[in-house]
Ligand binder design. Sequence first.
Ligand code: SAM
Ligand code: SF4
Length: 329
Amino acid sequence: MPKDPFGREIDYLRISVIDRCNLRCVYCMPLRGLSFIPGPELLTCAEIVAVVKAAASVGFRKVRLTGGEPTLRADLLDIISGISSVQGIRDIGMTTNALLLPGMARELVAAGLSRINIHIDSLDPERLKRVMRFSHLDDMLAGIHAAEAAGLSPIKINAVVVRDYNDQDVVELAKLTLERSWHVRFIELMPLGGGPCAQLSLSQFVPSAESRRRIESALGPLVELPSSHASDESRNFRLEHGKGVLGFISPVSEPYCGDCNRMRLTADGKFHLCLLHDDEIDVKSALRNGGGVEKIRELLLKAVASKPTGHDLDKGVSTEVRSMFQIGG
Ligand code: SAM
Ligand code: SF4
């Protein structure tokens, strides 16, 4: 397994398959001024699978598909089945807003998808629309149930907490874990890309400690669970009598860079070395100039060796070039 200069074992590849999305969450995509990667510049299915083969050959074991919204990618099933046939890959996850899952959850599982993280910020239809613009609560809930019916387990729900938009909704979301064995995780806002979404992420920031206090005062004390894996970015708890897990992902107030095990691949074919830095290494040019597995492996190992550690989110410093939808979270 490749190790970076800080001794971190990097075995998890997060692949953004598209930068487009059917929603416009307030902290992720502005309503105007967007430009997307032209189709011919997106990595093809064969190119993505070639990168995964190179990654598996040096010890990568986990892959996650993300975006933009990965379910908008027309050849998503081919990508998943291509990756699932790569020797060494044990786990294929996907992060999605769930809107399109009712029509595709079973096929995703048949193609080889093993895990799903579903992003929903509120259970109140009006507040949900305000934070995840153009969303519809009933359609998103149908997506969650379709994922569960297709056998994806555990269902992990991610909610980004935004002051004056959905900060009160952490209680209703946390209640989901009373009756269901789902994992509900609350994510602190990160300012990426320097534009209006980054500004909003700074001004509407809510620390995880505040969300936790709000949940405890409504639902009782949380019991902390032992960490299942050092690289799990979520600090996990259970409500007394709860069936599921409550997690807090706190990149700003409790950075976990020391345990990072990730490499990212952007939809236009760059290894993005850290979510919170702009450093990238181009792999698409090598793929399109006849570079084989050996060349991709060399670029990947260079990317691992160049991974930064630490960030300045507490000072409001993050990426300037790419926003969240252009990296994948
Ligand atoms: N569209 C999919 C979704 O929303 O899950 C996948 C891509 S989205 C960029 C990946 C994750 O990034 C989302 O689940 C959301 O929780 C997170 N995210 C987006 N913008 C964020 C921000 N400014 N701060 C923290 N998390 C953010
Ligand atoms: Fe789309 Fe996901 Fe970004 Fe929301 S967080 S705009 S669903 S890519």
